[in-house]
Write a protein that binds this ligand. Structure first.
Ligand SMILES: [Zn+2]
Length: 301
């Protein structure tokens, strides 16, 4: 089990909601889909690290800062003598290696992640040093997608290609490992340094007014849902969800997009769109949140 679990970043969560409720520009759409794909790849790698039998601390997704420079570690494994850090790439397709870019005939080149890896390793080593930690850092780029090929890759690079993943994981599982309190202290310290909101956030501009209101299906994201009794039923995929659960899901979306705005029955009624009465919304909110104030001025936290 991971010592620190992975969850979607605030940016990804926000873009997921915005993608449903407004028209993203082509660039924004591409950025969003890249994040989605990157996250998917990281989750795939988590499935492999969780299978390791050796005792090690798994830290998924650390956003850290050293000397005013921010950096992100997709995945870290703390073993007895080593700190293994992994940059996970979910690239797909055929590329030819080049020190600066991975090249493809279609011209959609991608930046060689080696520089990013070196930078992360350096910044991490500064942090470990300041904490008096003497573990040796090993850094790798993991190419997780089975449909990725990189021709002419120099053999001495810290790259793990899809066909090398299985033997690589087996090798990791043979590392000497008996963790003690020092390792746990290090893991705890790094988690305490983790920044939940990354310093640079690029988000499309949005306002409450320009977003599409209504409830969506939690399986297929369509707005074509209707309420029958206590259930929200999707007209596209047929999925059924309790209205109360769906309202809470939509409150969560509202809070992610507008963390500074108060959650009131009036605004959630408008946000959810298809719920017939405001009283029904109030009942769900009262059951699940702490109410402050009374009547029409009541809000929920
Ligand atoms: Zn659906």
């Amino acid at each position: 089990m991971p010592y620190k679990k992975r969850s979607e970043s605030v940016v990804l969560k926000t873009l997921r909601i915005l993608n449903k409720r407004m028209k993203l520009t082509e660039d924004e759409q591409r950025y969003y889909l890249n994040l989605e794909k990157g996250f998917e790849g990281e989750v795939q790698f988590d499935l492999l690290t969780e299978k390791l039998q050796r005792s090690c601390h798994i830290l998924n997704d650390l956003q850290l800062e050293s000397n005013k420079s921010s950096f992100q570690l997709d995945s870290s494994l703390i073993f007895k003598e080593t700190y293994s850090l992994f940059e996970v790439k979910n690239f797909e397709g055929e590329y030819v290696y080049d020190s600066e870019y991975f090249k493809t005939p279609s011209g959609k080149d991608i930046q060689n992640p080696l520089d990013q890896l070196k930078r992360s390793k350096l910044l991490l080593s500064q942090i470990l040093q300041s904490l008096g930690c003497k573990l040796t850092i090993e850094a790798y780029v993991i190419f997780i997608n089975p449909h990725f090929t990189l021709y002419q890759t120099p053999p001495d690079l810290p790259f793990i290609l899809p066909t090398q993943l299985d033997p690589f994981m087996k090798k990791l599982d043979q590392k000497p490992s008996r963790l003690n309190q020092t390792h746990t202290n290090l893991a705890d310290k790094l988690i305490s340094l983790h920044q939940t909101v990354p310093p640079y956030i690029h988000l499309p501009t949005y306002t409450y007014e320009n977003l599409k209101k209504g409830m969506t299906c939690c399986k297929c994201n369509t707005f074509s849902v209707r309420i029958v009794g206590k259930k929200l039923i999707c007209g596209k995929c047929g999925f059924e969800e309790l209205v109360a659960t769906a309202v809470l899901r939509n409150v969560e979306e509202f809070r992610i997009l507008f963390p500074e705005r108060k959650v009131t029955a009036k605004i959630i009624h408008e946000w959810c769109g298809i719920v017939d009465s405001r009283k029904r919304i109030s009942r769900v909110l009262q059951k699940n949140f702490k109410m402050t104030g009374l009547g029409q001025w009541a809000f929920y936290e």
